[in-house]
Every structure is written in structure tokens, then in C-alpha cells.
Ligand binder design. Structure first.
Ligand SMILES: O=C(CO)COP(=O)(O)O
Length: 262
């Protein structure tokens, strides 16, 4: 059964090693006692820096939080100094991997082709790819949908041709909203996330969860309601209290929809 709501976190390169483990323990404590996680229809994942993955897996053991990497390589083994394979991530116990974040495109010149190869490698290694996409400049919701649909096809097309039709999450992250003071408006996010999900459901990519990222924090989920599949959080998850506030909103949202109000 697909989860009803997804909340992911990328810690990017903000935290040190001990800080990552301390944050993970605090979040694990919150999640373990939170009613939002009781029925298993919320999907939670965290992407720490690579050296902290083992410790983070340990911190979240016995919780519903899955751990993954912020990037991976497209080959499974070989002479690729400095890279990490999906095979190793899977072996360690990771369930997810982030692919194609705007910062990787910007600072490491990642191309659509590389993102597609990484997506294929993730699926080949039983990892759920969280594929990031979104327009560079502000535009209309219709244009944003077109660009995101194109990026989704570029990323998933080669894997589909190989018959790798595993689960995947699309993180819609307009580049102009990443690292900003505030997220895009709830109206805009809702229109793009719904439009993207509908378009993908109609074509070969099949039904996909579409979540929103870009200065997302407490308050946004309540504004969005069910118009997005959830959030991909950055800075505004650094305070455990903020993470808890977002889980509270998720609980309210999940309960409202159970009662048919959402
Ligand atoms: O890029 C993001 C998540 O991947 C969003 O980061 P911020 O929420 O810090 O803008």
C-alpha cells in the first residue's frame, strides 16, 4: 500500500558528524511517540551526509524513518574514486536515495543523462529514487508543470525501457524557492504538484508521489492540504521542534482525510 503522505529531510552539508547523530536521536524520539506514525500511512526519510549514514541508520532503527544518501553513482562497482554505489547503500540498509538535486546540477554540472543513469542504478539496487526537478526561473504553473514532466520523463525513461518500474518519488523543487526566505505560494505548489501527478499517472511513468521542496517548514502542509503528496524539507527541519510541528500538521491532515474531510 502506498503511503498517504511523505515527509523527507535532506540535511545537505549543514551538520557535523555528532550534530547529525544528535539530531537523528532527537527526531527518532519524536517520531517514536507521535500519533502520526501509528497507522503506517506516513512515509518518512532522512538523507544525512555520507559518513553519517551508518550512525543515522542506527539512530532510526526501530522507528519508521528510512535513511538514504543525497547522491550516488550510476555504476555498481569499479574504479570510480570518491563515488558511492547504490549497491553499497542498499547493502547498508538504505531504502532511498536522492537524485539530481538543483545544487548537484549547479555545482557539479550533473546532466539529465547522468540523472537518468543514477535513477536507473537506484532502481536496479532496490532503492527508491527521490528525483528532484523544478524550473530555474519563476514562471506560470502551467510552464512549471511542462518542465517538470519533461524532467521526470528524462530521468525515468531509460529505466522504464529496461523494465525497471520500481517505486519512485518526484520532488518538485522550484530552484528559485530553494534556500529562500519562504516557499512558493500554496496555490502555485498545489497546482504544479497536482498537475504533475495527473500528467504522470496518464502516461508510461505511472502513478508517482509528488512532494514539494524549497523553504518548506511548519505551516505549509496545513495550507497545502492534499494538493501535494508531502514535503521535502531542508533548513526548516533543523529544529526538532519544527519537525514535530510538521508531524502534528501531518497527523491533522491524515485524520481529516480519514474522516472524508480532506
Ligand atoms: O533543497 C531543499 C530540499 O532538498 C530545500 O532546502 P531549503 O528548505 O533549505 O530551501
Amino acid at each position: 500500500m502506498k503511503p498517504e503522505l511523505t515527509l523527507g529531510v535532506s540535511l545537505k552539508m549543514y551538520f557535523g558528524y555528532q550534530q547529525t547523530l544528535e539530531w537523528s536521536r532527537q527526531i527518532a524520539e519524536i517520531v517514536s511517540h507521535h500519533p502520526a506514525t501509528r497507522d503506517g500511512n506516513i512515509e518518512l526519510f532522512v538523507f544525512p551526509s555520507l559518513p553519517a549514514i551508518a550512525g543515522t541508520l542506527e539512530a532510526f532503527r526501530d522507528t519508521p524513518v528510512k535513511v538514504g544518501a543525497q547522491n550516488m553513482f550510476w555504476e555498481d562497482t569499479g574504479a570510480y574514486t570518491g563515488e558511492v554505489s547504490g549497491a553499497m547503500l542498499h547493502e547498508m540498509g538504505c531504502g532511498y536515495v536522492e537524485i539530481g538535486h538543483a545544487e548537484r546540477r549547479r555545482y557539479f554540472a550533473e546532466t539529465d543523462r547522468q540523472i537518468a543513469d543514477k535513477t536507473t542504478a537506484a532502481l536496479r539496487n532496490q532503492l527508491i529514487p527521490v528525483i528532484c526537478m523544478g524550473e530555474a526561473e519563476r514562471c506560470s504553473a502551467a510552464e512549471a508543470i511542462e518542465q517538470a514532466v519533461e524532467q521526470a520523463h528524462q530521468a525515468l525513461g531509460p529505466a522504464e525501457k529496461l523494465g525497471l518500474t520500481g517505486d519512485a518519488i518526484l520532488a518538485y523543487e522550484p530552484q528559485w524557492a530553494i534556500g529562500a526566505k519562504e516557499p512558493a505560494s500554496a496555490e502555485f505548489i498545489g497546482e504544479v504538484c497536482q498537475g504533475l501527478a495527473e500528467r504522470l499517472a496518464r502516461d508510461a511513468s505511472g502513478a508517482r508521489r509528488v512532494i514539494y521542496g524549497g523553504s518548506a517548514g511548519p505551516g505549509l502542509l496545513s495550507q497545502l492540504g492534499r494538493r501535494s503528496g508531502g514535503l521535502f524539507l531542508g533548513r526548516f527541519s533543523h529544529q526538532p521542534a519544527a519537525y514535530k510541528a510538521i508531524l502534528d500538521e501531518a497527523f491533522t491532515l491524515l485524520n481529516a482525510s480519514t474522516k472524508g474531510n480532506g
